[in-house]
Design a protein around this ligand. Structure first.
Ligand code: ADP
Ligand code: ADP
Length: 228
């Protein structure tokens, strides 16, 4: 579903963020990208929705070379969840969740019905939470809204950048488990960036263990843990 072929990214200031990156993510697979700060995880992920353009190499999504796909059209097929959820503070939870359907031109009633359905799916009663503003939610609840919003247009691909990084360990573990049961139903192709090896192992079907600017190991959690 996602394929990197010899991808490099050199930033304008000369920093090489990644080099010689080649890997594949199968449809419905959840791959975690793990490694210390600055090793190129976020750069890798943001090249998939063309928020960052590679310097060389090729990336395909669903068999299509994304450099030929209009970025706006591409992003309709790719949900994006960021740390702190990135919600619009002056929009209610329901309107935040309905953002993408609204952008896609869905009728208001349909977009809102879809948003309510998604909030239910992530464990937030839309009757209770739909009319609240992000500041009136706990950190864990905000992240759930972030996931609901990313899933709203039912994209086949989901990018998650430290999605559970901003909450305490107990909430984090709960969110991880909730997301795994959700993923068992929706089966998205997921790239999840984390610096937490435990999270990478718990969540990943496969793990991309980063060295500086490249993937040092790409394997199942069992194989990564069993490695010498
Ligand atoms: P990670 O997500 O693993 O922390 P990043 O992909 O954010 O790593 O960064 C990889 C490398 O690229 C780092 O050395 C970082 O400082 C550098 N980098 C990231 N963004 C930029 C930028 N806009 N300009 C220059 N260098 C950058
Ligand atoms: P979670 O485990 O989901 O992170 P918390 O334990 O942090 O939840 O929050 C418990 C309850 O407190 C939640 O029902 C949440 O709605 C409520 N809450 C948290 N912060 C606020 C706030 N700033 N205003 C109103 N309610 C809040």
């Amino acid at each position: 579903m996602i394929r990197f072929e010899q991808v490099a990214k050199v930033y304008p200031d000369g920093t090489t963020a990644v080099d010689g990156l080649s890997f594949e993510v199968a449809e419905g697979e959840l791959v975690t990208l793990v490694g210390p700060s600055g090793c190129g995880k976020t750069t890798t992920m943001m090249m998939v929705n063309r928020l960052i353009e590679p310097t060389s190499g090729r990336i395909t999504v669903g068999g299509e070379d994304i450099s030929t796909v209009d970025p706006v059209r591409l992003r309709r097929r790719i949900g994006y969840v960021i740390q702190q959820a990135g919600l619009f503070p002056h929009r209610t939870v329901l309107d935040n969740t309905a953002t993408v359907p609204a952008l896609l031109g869905w009728k208001k009633a349909r977009a809102r019905a879809r948003a309510a359905e998604l909030l239910d799916l992530v464990g937030l009663d839309p009757e209770v939470y739909g009319s609240r503003y992000p500041a009136q939610l706990s950190g864990g609840q905000r992240q759930r809204v972030g996931v609901a919003r990313a899933l709203a247009a039912d994209p086949p691909v989901l990018l998650m950048d430290e999605p559970f990084g901003a909450v305490d360990p107990v909430v984090r573990e709960r969110l991880q488990n909730e997301f795994l049961s959700l993923q068992a139903t929706v089966r998205k192709t997921v790239l999840l960036v984390t610096h937490d090896i435990e999270e990478a192992v718990r969540m990943g079907d496969r793990i991309a263990v980063y060295g500086q600017g490249h993937i040092a190991q790409y394997d199942t959690p069992a194989a990564v843990l069993g490695a010498p």
